[in-house]
Ligand binder design. Structure first.
Ligand code: A3P
Length: 268
């Protein structure tokens, strides 16, 4: 299934206890020394949990009215910066700066905590997250186990009040309610009309059709293998897991999640 033209997979290695590739660690000092500003907003996720969806919502909320051209002309991955490249901070001219990261909580540059920045974390149930990641990366589990990621951020939420923990499944179930909660966390009070625009602009179908959000401008991704905006559903794992695999998975899951209050829904 992997296209012959795709570059070879980068080597993964253990980096302070987390599986990483060079792409995410080569500028480690720059990342760690990043100077966050108090009004920066960090969007943190495990890969394939709904990063682009929430990024699109936040971008529309903050810039939908003031810079409508931004949504129409700049691809989403250029509007928000993934916290890896050297000069990423300087490339964000807008305020607030929307910054996204897949880093586990212990790797987040300390200035985000010092500046008391708002952080939006999006979590997705393990099975759908795995299926989505499988299609995207063919099981290339960079960033360590899903378990450590979602639990690490969940624990942080208990002590850091400016962390808004969202679930992909809640967004699917009731995006309007989730948008209201997000706005209240961000201290925003958009009009009903503005909210409608945000919701319409961030539906799966609209994002899939929109070249600025469907990643079709990124040459490296061969979307004939699997489209970036693939299905956007809860419970797609049922099309991939056999009954036996699911049982085995659940047994292991129960074990690994036994000491946390964090709970997911993987079907409705
Ligand atoms: P699937 O592969 O299950 O379809 P990320 O942005 O973190 O890489 O996550 C990508 C996943 O989020 C994909 O999941 C994609 O389809 C889904 N997604 C993106 N935008 C969405 C939207 N507006 N509604 C529902 N799912 C969305």
């Amino acid at each position: 299934l992997v296209s012959m033209e795709q570059p070879p997979r980068p080597t993964m290695f253990d980096f302070h206890g987390v599986c990483m590739t060079k792409y995410f660690t080569s500028n480690w000092d720059d990342v760690q020394n990043f100077k966050a500003r108090p009004d920066d907003i960090l969007i943190a996720t495990y890969p394939k949990a709904g990063t682009t969806w929430v990024s699109c919502i936040l971008d529309l909320l903050y810039f939908g009215q003031t810079c409508p051209n931004r949504q129409a002309s700049i691809p989403i991955h250029e509007r928000l910066f993934l916290m890896v490249c050297k000069d990423f901070a300087d490339q964000l001219p807008t305020t607030p700066r929307l910054i996204k990261t897949h880093l586990p909580v212990q790797f987040v540059p300390k200035s985000f905590w010092e500046q008391n920045c708002r952080i939006v974390y999006v979590a997705r149930n393990a099975k759908d997250n795995a299926v989505s990641y499988y299609h995207f990366e063919r099981m290339n589990y960079v960033f360590g186990p899903w378990y450590d990621h979602v639990k690490g951020w969940w624990e942080k939420k208990q002590t850091y009040s400016k962390l808004h923990y969202m679930f992909y499944e809640d967004l699917i179930k009731d995006s309007g309610r989730e948008l209201d909660r997000l706005c209240s966390f961000l201290g925003l009070s958009p009009s009903a009309e503005e909210k409608e625009k945000v919701l319409t602009g961030s539906t799966f179908d609209n994002m899939k059709q929109n070249k600025m959000t469907n990643y079709s401008t990124v040459q490296l991704m061969d979307q004939t293998v699997s489209p970036f905006m693939r299905k956007g559903k809860v419970g797609d794992w049922k099309n991939h897991f056999t009954v036996a695999q699911n049982e085995e998975f659940e047994e292991d899951y129960t074990q690994k999640m036994k000491h946390t209050t964090l709970q997911f829904r993987s079907e409705f």
